[in-house]
Design a protein around this ligand. Structure first.
Ligand SMILES: Nc1nc2c(ncn2[C@@H]2O[C@H](COP(=O)(O)OP(=O)(O)OP(=O)(O)O)[C@@H](O)[C@H]2O)c(=O)[nH]1
Ligand SMILES: [Mg+2]
Length: 362
Protein backbone atom coordinates (compact mmCIF):
# COMPACT_ATOMS: atom_id res chain seq x y z
CA UNK A 1 0.00 0.00 0.00
CA UNK A 2 1.44 3.40 -0.89
CA UNK A 3 2.31 5.63 2.04
CA UNK A 4 0.27 8.78 1.69
CA UNK A 5 1.55 10.40 4.92
CA UNK A 6 4.99 11.58 3.91
CA UNK A 7 6.56 12.08 0.47
CA UNK A 8 9.97 11.41 2.10
CA UNK A 9 9.11 7.92 3.31
CA UNK A 10 11.30 5.17 2.04
CA UNK A 11 8.17 3.41 0.90
CA UNK A 12 7.57 6.01 -1.78
CA UNK A 13 8.96 4.91 -5.11
CA UNK A 14 10.81 7.46 -7.17
CA UNK A 15 9.77 7.85 -10.80
CA UNK A 16 11.55 5.34 -13.03
CA UNK A 17 14.78 6.27 -14.76
CA UNK A 18 15.34 4.98 -18.25
CA UNK A 19 18.66 3.16 -18.67
CA UNK A 20 21.43 5.45 -19.87
CA UNK A 21 22.49 5.15 -23.52
CA UNK A 22 25.97 4.09 -22.47
CA UNK A 23 24.80 0.60 -21.54
CA UNK A 24 23.80 -0.16 -25.11
CA UNK A 25 27.02 1.31 -26.41
CA UNK A 26 28.99 -1.03 -24.14
CA UNK A 27 26.96 -3.99 -25.35
CA UNK A 28 27.65 -3.03 -28.95
CA UNK A 29 31.36 -2.79 -28.25
CA UNK A 30 31.25 -6.17 -26.60
CA UNK A 31 29.61 -7.77 -29.61
CA UNK A 32 32.15 -6.13 -31.90
CA UNK A 33 35.00 -7.48 -29.80
CA UNK A 34 33.51 -10.93 -29.86
CA UNK A 35 33.30 -10.74 -33.64
CA UNK A 36 36.98 -9.83 -33.73
CA UNK A 37 37.71 -13.07 -31.85
CA UNK A 38 36.12 -14.93 -34.75
CA UNK A 39 37.67 -13.35 -37.84
CA UNK A 40 36.21 -14.20 -41.22
CA UNK A 41 38.08 -16.52 -43.58
CA UNK A 42 38.98 -13.49 -45.70
CA UNK A 43 40.45 -11.70 -42.69
CA UNK A 44 42.42 -14.80 -41.78
CA UNK A 45 43.85 -15.16 -45.28
CA UNK A 46 44.77 -11.46 -45.42
CA UNK A 47 46.42 -11.80 -42.01
CA UNK A 48 48.41 -14.87 -43.01
CA UNK A 49 49.62 -13.29 -46.24
CA UNK A 50 50.56 -10.11 -44.37
CA UNK A 51 52.71 -12.13 -41.97
CA UNK A 52 50.43 -11.92 -38.95
CA UNK A 53 51.37 -14.85 -36.70
CA UNK A 54 48.12 -14.66 -34.69
CA UNK A 55 46.14 -15.10 -37.91
CA UNK A 56 48.27 -18.13 -38.77
CA UNK A 57 47.75 -19.69 -35.33
CA UNK A 58 44.01 -19.07 -35.53
CA UNK A 59 43.76 -20.59 -38.99
CA UNK A 60 45.62 -23.68 -37.76
CA UNK A 61 43.22 -23.96 -34.83
CA UNK A 62 40.38 -23.82 -37.34
CA UNK A 63 41.96 -26.60 -39.40
CA UNK A 64 42.28 -28.70 -36.26
CA UNK A 65 38.67 -28.16 -35.19
CA UNK A 66 36.15 -30.98 -35.51
CA UNK A 67 33.20 -28.59 -35.81
CA UNK A 68 31.68 -28.92 -39.30
CA UNK A 69 31.11 -25.15 -39.68
CA UNK A 70 34.80 -24.68 -38.94
CA UNK A 71 35.68 -27.28 -41.55
CA UNK A 72 33.99 -25.24 -44.29
CA UNK A 73 35.74 -22.08 -43.14
CA UNK A 74 39.09 -23.91 -42.87
CA UNK A 75 38.70 -25.17 -46.44
CA UNK A 76 38.06 -21.60 -47.65
CA UNK A 77 41.22 -20.40 -45.94
CA UNK A 78 43.32 -23.28 -47.29
CA UNK A 79 42.05 -22.81 -50.84
CA UNK A 80 42.84 -19.11 -50.75
CA UNK A 81 46.31 -19.86 -49.38
CA UNK A 82 47.15 -22.54 -51.95
CA UNK A 83 48.39 -20.18 -54.70
CA UNK A 84 50.83 -18.71 -52.18
CA UNK A 85 52.06 -22.04 -50.84
CA UNK A 86 54.39 -24.68 -52.26
CA UNK A 87 57.54 -22.55 -52.17
CA UNK A 88 59.39 -24.40 -49.48
CA UNK A 89 61.38 -27.45 -48.62
CA UNK A 90 59.58 -29.96 -46.43
CA UNK A 91 61.74 -32.15 -44.24
CA UNK A 92 60.47 -35.14 -42.25
CA UNK A 93 62.41 -36.27 -39.19
CA UNK A 94 61.76 -39.56 -37.49
CA UNK A 95 63.45 -41.72 -34.87
CA UNK A 96 62.56 -43.75 -31.81
CA UNK A 97 61.75 -41.93 -28.55
CA UNK A 98 64.85 -40.55 -26.89
CA UNK A 99 67.02 -40.58 -30.03
CA UNK A 100 67.23 -36.79 -29.77
CA UNK A 101 64.75 -35.55 -32.38
CA UNK A 102 63.72 -32.45 -30.44
CA UNK A 103 67.30 -31.58 -29.47
CA UNK A 104 68.36 -32.12 -33.08
CA UNK A 105 65.57 -29.89 -34.40
CA UNK A 106 66.59 -27.16 -31.95
CA UNK A 107 70.20 -27.23 -33.24
CA UNK A 108 69.23 -27.73 -36.89
CA UNK A 109 66.51 -25.08 -36.76
CA UNK A 110 68.89 -22.51 -35.26
CA UNK A 111 71.41 -23.35 -37.97
CA UNK A 112 68.75 -22.68 -40.61
CA UNK A 113 67.55 -19.39 -39.13
CA UNK A 114 71.18 -18.26 -38.93
CA UNK A 115 71.24 -18.78 -42.71
CA UNK A 116 68.25 -16.42 -42.98
CA UNK A 117 65.64 -19.15 -43.34
CA UNK A 118 62.17 -19.06 -41.86
CA UNK A 119 61.46 -22.35 -40.16
CA UNK A 120 58.16 -23.93 -39.11
CA UNK A 121 58.29 -27.03 -36.94
CA UNK A 122 55.19 -29.23 -36.97
CA UNK A 123 54.55 -32.72 -35.70
CA UNK A 124 52.54 -35.82 -36.42
CA UNK A 125 51.99 -37.63 -33.19
CA UNK A 126 49.09 -40.09 -33.19
CA UNK A 127 49.57 -40.69 -29.47
CA UNK A 128 48.77 -37.06 -28.72
CA UNK A 129 45.06 -37.87 -28.37
CA UNK A 130 45.88 -39.79 -25.22
CA UNK A 131 48.81 -37.80 -23.90
CA UNK A 132 47.60 -34.42 -25.22
CA UNK A 133 50.65 -33.82 -27.32
CA UNK A 134 53.74 -35.62 -26.15
CA UNK A 135 55.79 -34.54 -29.14
CA UNK A 136 56.83 -30.93 -28.86
CA UNK A 137 54.31 -30.56 -26.06
CA UNK A 138 56.68 -29.04 -23.58
CA UNK A 139 59.02 -27.32 -26.05
CA UNK A 140 61.69 -27.59 -23.37
CA UNK A 141 64.20 -29.10 -25.77
CA UNK A 142 63.70 -26.18 -28.13
CA UNK A 143 64.23 -23.29 -25.77
CA UNK A 144 66.31 -21.27 -28.22
CA UNK A 145 64.19 -22.00 -31.26
CA UNK A 146 61.00 -21.05 -29.41
CA UNK A 147 62.46 -17.57 -28.84
CA UNK A 148 63.64 -17.19 -32.45
CA UNK A 149 61.40 -14.79 -34.35
CA UNK A 150 62.09 -16.64 -37.59
CA UNK A 151 60.86 -19.92 -36.17
CA UNK A 152 57.36 -21.19 -35.44
CA UNK A 153 56.74 -24.32 -33.41
CA UNK A 154 53.34 -25.97 -33.35
CA UNK A 155 52.62 -29.15 -31.40
CA UNK A 156 50.89 -32.05 -33.07
CA UNK A 157 47.19 -31.83 -33.75
CA UNK A 158 45.14 -34.36 -31.89
CA UNK A 159 42.56 -36.60 -33.45
CA UNK A 160 40.92 -39.95 -33.24
CA UNK A 161 42.90 -41.45 -36.07
CA UNK A 162 46.39 -41.10 -37.48
CA UNK A 163 44.76 -40.20 -40.81
CA UNK A 164 42.96 -37.29 -39.19
CA UNK A 165 46.07 -36.03 -37.40
CA UNK A 166 48.14 -36.34 -40.57
CA UNK A 167 45.58 -34.50 -42.72
CA UNK A 168 45.56 -31.59 -40.30
CA UNK A 169 49.36 -31.38 -40.40
CA UNK A 170 49.28 -31.58 -44.19
CA UNK A 171 46.92 -28.60 -44.31
CA UNK A 172 48.95 -26.71 -41.73
CA UNK A 173 51.93 -26.98 -44.10
CA UNK A 174 49.95 -25.03 -46.71
CA UNK A 175 49.11 -22.30 -44.21
CA UNK A 176 52.72 -22.03 -42.98
CA UNK A 177 54.02 -21.80 -46.54
CA UNK A 178 51.51 -19.09 -47.44
CA UNK A 179 52.67 -17.17 -44.38
CA UNK A 180 56.22 -17.31 -45.72
CA UNK A 181 57.98 -20.15 -43.95
CA UNK A 182 60.47 -21.58 -46.45
CA UNK A 183 61.57 -24.60 -44.44
CA UNK A 184 59.01 -26.90 -42.88
CA UNK A 185 60.24 -29.55 -40.46
CA UNK A 186 57.86 -32.32 -39.47
CA UNK A 187 58.76 -34.45 -36.51
CA UNK A 188 57.25 -37.84 -35.93
CA UNK A 189 58.00 -40.62 -33.56
CA UNK A 190 59.44 -43.75 -35.17
CA UNK A 191 57.02 -46.26 -33.79
CA UNK A 192 54.12 -47.35 -35.95
CA UNK A 193 52.54 -45.98 -39.07
CA UNK A 194 53.13 -42.27 -38.62
CA UNK A 195 56.40 -42.33 -40.59
CA UNK A 196 54.54 -43.44 -43.70
CA UNK A 197 52.10 -40.56 -43.29
CA UNK A 198 54.93 -38.07 -42.82
CA UNK A 199 56.92 -39.55 -45.70
CA UNK A 200 53.94 -38.83 -47.95
CA UNK A 201 53.99 -35.11 -47.13
CA UNK A 202 57.69 -34.27 -47.25
CA UNK A 203 60.40 -33.85 -49.89
CA UNK A 204 63.24 -35.18 -47.77
CA UNK A 205 62.99 -37.87 -45.14
CA UNK A 206 65.61 -38.07 -42.40
CA UNK A 207 65.97 -41.00 -40.04
CA UNK A 208 67.71 -40.20 -36.79
CA UNK A 209 69.51 -43.09 -35.09
CA UNK A 210 71.89 -43.65 -32.23
CA UNK A 211 74.61 -46.23 -31.99
CA UNK A 212 73.56 -48.89 -29.53
CA UNK A 213 75.21 -51.84 -27.85
CA UNK A 214 75.10 -55.10 -29.77
CA UNK A 215 73.91 -55.61 -33.29
CA UNK A 216 73.20 -52.24 -34.89
CA UNK A 217 70.64 -53.63 -37.22
CA UNK A 218 68.45 -55.34 -34.68
CA UNK A 219 64.95 -54.00 -34.45
CA UNK A 220 65.20 -51.57 -37.32
CA UNK A 221 62.17 -51.61 -39.50
CA UNK A 222 63.37 -52.20 -43.01
CA UNK A 223 60.50 -50.13 -44.43
CA UNK A 224 61.58 -47.01 -42.56
CA UNK A 225 65.18 -47.39 -43.67
CA UNK A 226 64.05 -47.78 -47.24
CA UNK A 227 62.11 -44.53 -47.03
CA UNK A 228 65.06 -42.58 -45.63
CA UNK A 229 67.00 -40.11 -47.78
CA UNK A 230 69.55 -39.79 -45.01
CA UNK A 231 70.38 -41.69 -41.86
CA UNK A 232 72.02 -39.49 -39.27
CA UNK A 233 73.55 -41.08 -36.19
CA UNK A 234 73.05 -38.65 -33.33
CA UNK A 235 74.86 -38.37 -30.00
CA UNK A 236 78.25 -38.68 -31.68
CA UNK A 237 80.00 -36.96 -28.80
CA UNK A 238 82.31 -37.93 -25.93
CA UNK A 239 82.91 -41.66 -25.65
CA UNK A 240 80.26 -42.27 -28.26
CA UNK A 241 82.14 -40.90 -31.29
CA UNK A 242 83.84 -44.16 -32.18
CA UNK A 243 80.68 -46.23 -31.87
CA UNK A 244 78.75 -43.70 -33.91
CA UNK A 245 81.30 -43.90 -36.71
CA UNK A 246 81.08 -47.68 -36.71
CA UNK A 247 77.30 -47.51 -36.84
CA UNK A 248 77.56 -45.14 -39.79
CA UNK A 249 79.63 -47.65 -41.77
CA UNK A 250 77.20 -50.42 -40.91
CA UNK A 251 74.10 -48.44 -41.94
CA UNK A 252 75.81 -47.39 -45.10
CA UNK A 253 76.42 -50.96 -46.17
CA UNK A 254 72.78 -51.85 -45.47
CA UNK A 255 71.51 -48.90 -47.49
CA UNK A 256 73.40 -50.19 -50.48
CA UNK A 257 71.38 -53.39 -50.39
CA UNK A 258 68.17 -51.55 -51.17
CA UNK A 259 66.96 -50.94 -54.70
CA UNK A 260 67.92 -47.60 -56.21
CA UNK A 261 65.54 -44.74 -55.52
CA UNK A 262 63.28 -43.30 -58.22
CA UNK A 263 64.73 -39.89 -57.40
CA UNK A 264 68.20 -40.99 -58.49
CA UNK A 265 69.38 -39.97 -55.04
CA UNK A 266 71.75 -42.22 -53.14
CA UNK A 267 70.86 -42.03 -49.43
CA UNK A 268 73.59 -40.64 -47.22
CA UNK A 269 74.71 -41.62 -43.75
CA UNK A 270 76.46 -39.29 -41.35
CA UNK A 271 77.01 -38.67 -37.66
CA UNK A 272 76.14 -35.63 -35.59
CA UNK A 273 75.76 -34.36 -32.08
CA UNK A 274 72.72 -32.24 -31.37
CA UNK A 275 74.51 -31.08 -28.24
CA UNK A 276 77.96 -30.11 -29.56
CA UNK A 277 76.49 -29.25 -33.02
CA UNK A 278 79.08 -31.39 -34.78
CA UNK A 279 77.71 -32.53 -38.14
CA UNK A 280 74.58 -30.35 -38.03
CA UNK A 281 75.51 -28.03 -40.88
CA UNK A 282 76.52 -31.08 -42.95
CA UNK A 283 72.91 -32.28 -42.79
CA UNK A 284 71.72 -29.08 -44.44
CA UNK A 285 74.43 -29.47 -47.06
CA UNK A 286 73.15 -32.97 -47.85
CA UNK A 287 69.61 -31.63 -48.20
CA UNK A 288 70.83 -28.88 -50.53
CA UNK A 289 72.50 -31.50 -52.73
CA UNK A 290 69.31 -33.55 -52.72
CA UNK A 291 67.26 -30.52 -53.79
CA UNK A 292 69.70 -29.68 -56.55
CA UNK A 293 69.52 -33.20 -57.96
CA UNK A 294 65.76 -33.74 -57.65
CA UNK A 295 64.79 -30.29 -58.90
CA UNK A 296 67.17 -30.79 -61.80
CA UNK A 297 65.63 -34.10 -62.82
CA UNK A 298 62.08 -32.91 -62.01
CA UNK A 299 61.51 -35.65 -59.44
CA UNK A 300 60.87 -33.02 -56.74
CA UNK A 301 57.89 -31.55 -58.59
CA UNK A 302 56.50 -34.88 -59.78
CA UNK A 303 56.57 -36.24 -56.25
CA UNK A 304 54.65 -33.26 -54.91
CA UNK A 305 51.97 -33.79 -57.55
CA UNK A 306 51.72 -37.46 -56.60
CA UNK A 307 51.52 -36.51 -52.94
CA UNK A 308 48.63 -34.15 -53.66
CA UNK A 309 46.70 -36.95 -55.32
CA UNK A 310 47.51 -39.25 -52.43
CA UNK A 311 46.14 -36.70 -49.94
CA UNK A 312 42.95 -36.28 -51.93
CA UNK A 313 42.30 -40.03 -51.79
CA UNK A 314 43.34 -40.22 -48.15
CA UNK A 315 40.89 -37.46 -47.26
CA UNK A 316 38.08 -39.27 -49.05
CA UNK A 317 38.92 -42.51 -47.21
CA UNK A 318 39.07 -40.70 -43.91
CA UNK A 319 35.82 -38.82 -44.45
CA UNK A 320 33.91 -41.91 -45.59
CA UNK A 321 35.10 -43.80 -42.56
CA UNK A 322 34.11 -40.98 -40.22
CA UNK A 323 30.68 -40.59 -41.79
CA UNK A 324 30.10 -44.32 -41.60
CA UNK A 325 30.97 -44.70 -37.93
CA UNK A 326 29.19 -41.49 -36.93
CA UNK A 327 25.95 -42.45 -38.65
CA UNK A 328 23.19 -42.97 -36.08
CA UNK A 329 21.83 -46.20 -37.63
CA UNK A 330 25.32 -47.70 -37.81
CA UNK A 331 26.01 -46.66 -34.24
CA UNK A 332 22.82 -48.44 -33.15
CA UNK A 333 23.64 -51.60 -35.09
CA UNK A 334 27.39 -51.85 -34.58
CA UNK A 335 27.47 -53.28 -31.05
CA UNK A 336 24.86 -55.97 -31.65
CA UNK A 337 26.49 -56.94 -34.96
CA UNK A 338 29.89 -57.18 -33.26
CA UNK A 339 28.37 -59.52 -30.67
CA UNK A 340 26.75 -61.62 -33.39
CA UNK A 341 30.16 -61.97 -35.09
CA UNK A 342 31.78 -62.90 -31.78
CA UNK A 343 29.16 -65.61 -31.18
CA UNK A 344 29.61 -67.01 -34.71
CA UNK A 345 26.02 -66.14 -35.57
CA UNK A 346 27.14 -64.36 -38.71
CA UNK A 347 30.44 -64.31 -40.61
CA UNK A 348 32.58 -61.15 -40.32
CA UNK A 349 32.27 -60.57 -44.06
CA UNK A 350 28.51 -60.98 -44.18
CA UNK A 351 28.22 -58.69 -41.15
CA UNK A 352 30.38 -56.03 -42.78
CA UNK A 353 28.33 -56.32 -45.97
CA UNK A 354 25.11 -55.93 -44.02
CA UNK A 355 26.30 -52.79 -42.26
CA UNK A 356 27.64 -51.26 -45.45
CA UNK A 357 24.40 -51.96 -47.30
CA UNK A 358 22.42 -50.40 -44.45
CA UNK A 359 24.68 -47.34 -44.58
CA UNK A 360 24.46 -46.83 -48.32
CA UNK A 361 20.66 -47.33 -48.31
CA UNK A 362 20.19 -44.59 -45.70
N1 LIG B 1 75.04 -36.82 -25.49
C1 LIG B 1 74.03 -36.42 -26.24
N2 LIG B 1 72.77 -36.43 -25.75
C2 LIG B 1 71.77 -36.02 -26.54
C3 LIG B 1 71.99 -35.59 -27.87
N3 LIG B 1 70.80 -35.25 -28.42
C4 LIG B 1 69.87 -35.47 -27.47
N4 LIG B 1 70.44 -35.93 -26.33
C5 LIG B 1 69.75 -36.26 -25.07
O1 LIG B 1 68.87 -37.35 -25.30
C6 LIG B 1 67.67 -37.19 -24.53
C7 LIG B 1 66.44 -37.27 -25.44
O2 LIG B 1 66.44 -36.14 -26.32
P1 LIG B 1 65.13 -35.61 -27.04
O3 LIG B 1 65.58 -34.53 -27.95
O4 LIG B 1 64.07 -35.29 -26.05
O5 LIG B 1 64.69 -36.90 -27.84
P2 LIG B 1 63.39 -37.14 -28.74
O6 LIG B 1 63.79 -38.07 -29.82
O7 LIG B 1 62.80 -35.86 -29.13
O8 LIG B 1 62.44 -37.89 -27.74
P3 LIG B 1 60.84 -38.05 -27.80
O9 LIG B 1 60.27 -36.67 -27.97
O10 LIG B 1 60.51 -38.66 -26.48
O11 LIG B 1 60.52 -38.95 -28.94
C8 LIG B 1 67.82 -35.88 -23.79
O12 LIG B 1 68.26 -36.13 -22.50
C9 LIG B 1 68.88 -35.13 -24.60
O13 LIG B 1 69.60 -34.23 -23.81
C10 LIG B 1 73.33 -35.58 -28.36
O14 LIG B 1 73.64 -35.22 -29.50
N5 LIG B 1 74.30 -36.01 -27.49
MG1 LIG C 1 60.86 -34.98 -28.79
Amino acid sequence: MPNKKSPFSALNEKPGISPPEIINAIAVEHIKKFRKIQPSSKELVEGILAGNITALSRAITLVESINSAHLTKANEVINACLPHANKSVRIGITGVPGVGKSTFIEAFGKQLTSLGKKVAVLAVDPSSTISHGSILGDKTRMEELVKDENAFIRPSASGETLGGVARKTRETITLCEAYGFDTIIIETVGVGQSETAVHSMVDFFLLLKISGAGDELQGIKRGIMEMADAIVINKADGDNIKKANLAKVEFNSVLHLFTAKKSGWVPKTSTCSAITHQGISAVWKTITQFLELTKGNNYFFEKRKEQNQYWMLETINEQLKLNFYNHTVIQQLLDSTKKAVQNDEISPFAAAQLLLETYFKK
